[in-house]
Ligand binder design. Structure first.
Ligand SMILES: C[S@@+](CC[C@H](N)C(=O)[O-])C[C@H]1O[C@@H](n2cnc3c(N)ncnc32)[C@H](O)[C@@H]1O
Length: 222
C-alpha cells in the first residue's frame, strides 16, 4: 500500500531549464541543500540569530528579499517545483546570499527531519488554493501538518499564512484555531486585511487570481 501523503502541489516540472540555469543548479544547488536525514538547521549557520522557514517559495522572490534584508537569519526554503528551485538558486547567486539553504521536495518531509523548537518563523504564502471541495484534502495546512509545524517552531515563534481566496482563509483559520499550538494574533480587521509591515509581495500574489484582496493570518506559537 502507498502510504505517502496526498500531493498538495500540481507539478514538479515545467519548461525545461535553460542551459545556464541548469548549469547553475548543478554547480550551486548541492552546497545549498541541507544534509539528507534529520539535521539541525543551526548547524548550517552557527552564528545565525534565528532560523526562518518558507514553505512553497515559488520563484523565491520573497525568500531572497527576506534573506537580503536579514543577513543574520538563516532562511530555509522548500519547494517541489524544479523551475522555482532554479529561480531561487539564481537569486542566491546573483545577490551573493550566504544565509539561504533550500530543499527541492515536500515541506512535510523536510519538517519531519527537523528537531523540536528549531525554527523561529514559518511562511506559507499563497499556497495552492485547491478550491474544489473534493480537493480540500490536498490543502497544505491539514491538522497533522499544523501540529508538525508547532513541534518545530520555538515558543513565541510565528507562522504567517497568506491567501487571496476568502474560503481558503476561513478554512485555514478554523484549523489553526482548533490547534492547541497556535494563537491568532489579530485584534482588529486591519491586522488581517493589511500586509504585515515586513511583507514582501510574491509573484503569485501579484497575479491576483483569487476572489479577495490578500488576507494575512499570523499565529504565535504558544
Ligand atoms: C500558488 S504557488 C505560490 C508560490 C509562492 N509562495 C508565491 O506566492 O509566489 C504554491 C507553491 O507551493 C508549492 N507547494 C505545494 N505543495 C507543497 C509542499 N507540500 N511542500 C512545499 N511546497 C509546496 C507549489 O509547488 C507552489 O510553488
Amino acid at each position: 500500500m502507498d502510504d505517502r501523503p496526498l500531493r498538495t502541489y500540481g507539478r514538479v516540472k515545467g519548461r525545461p531549464l535553460k542551459a545556464r540555469q541548469a548549469a547553475l543548479v548543478q554547480t550551486r544547488l548541492p552546497a545549498l541543500c541541507p544534509p539528507a536525514g534529520p539535521f539541525d538547521p543551526r548547524a548550517l549557520m552557527p552564528d545565525a540569530t534565528e532560523v526562518w522557514l518558507e514553505i512553497g517559495f515559488g520563484g523565491g522572490e520573497h525568500l531572497a528579499a527576506q534573506a537580503e534584508r536579514r543577513p543574520d537569519v538563516l532562511m530555509l526554503g522548500v519547494e517541489p517545483f524544479l523551475n522555482g528551485v532554479a529561480s531561487l538558486v539564481r537569486h542566491v547567486d546573483e545577490r551573493g546570499l550566504a544565509n539561504v539553504r533550500l530543499c527541492q521536495g515536500d515541506a512535510r518531509e523536510l519538517v519531519a527531519r527537523l528537531p523540536d523548537a528549531s525554527i523561529e518563523r514559518v511562511f506559507v504564502l499563497f499556497p495552492d488554493p485547491w478550491p474544489k471541495a473534493r480537493h480540500f484534502k490536498r490543502r497544505l495546512l491539514q491538522p497533522g501538518f499544523i501540529a508538525a509545524l508547532a513541534r518545530v517552531t520555538r515558543g513565541g515563534g510565528r507562522l504567517r499564512f497568506a491567501t487571496d481566496w476568502r474560503d481558503y482563509a476561513c478554512w485555514t483559520l478554523e484549523r489553526m484555531l482548533a490547534s492547541p499550538g497556535w494563537t491568532w494574533t489579530a485584534e482588529r480587521a486591519d491586522d488581517w486585511r493589511r500586509p504585515p509591515q515586513d511583507h514582501v509581495s510574491t509573484r503569485y500574489e501579484t497575479k491576483a487570481l483569487g476572489d479577495t484582496p490578500p488576507i494575512f493570518l499570523e499565529f504565535d506559537r504558544r
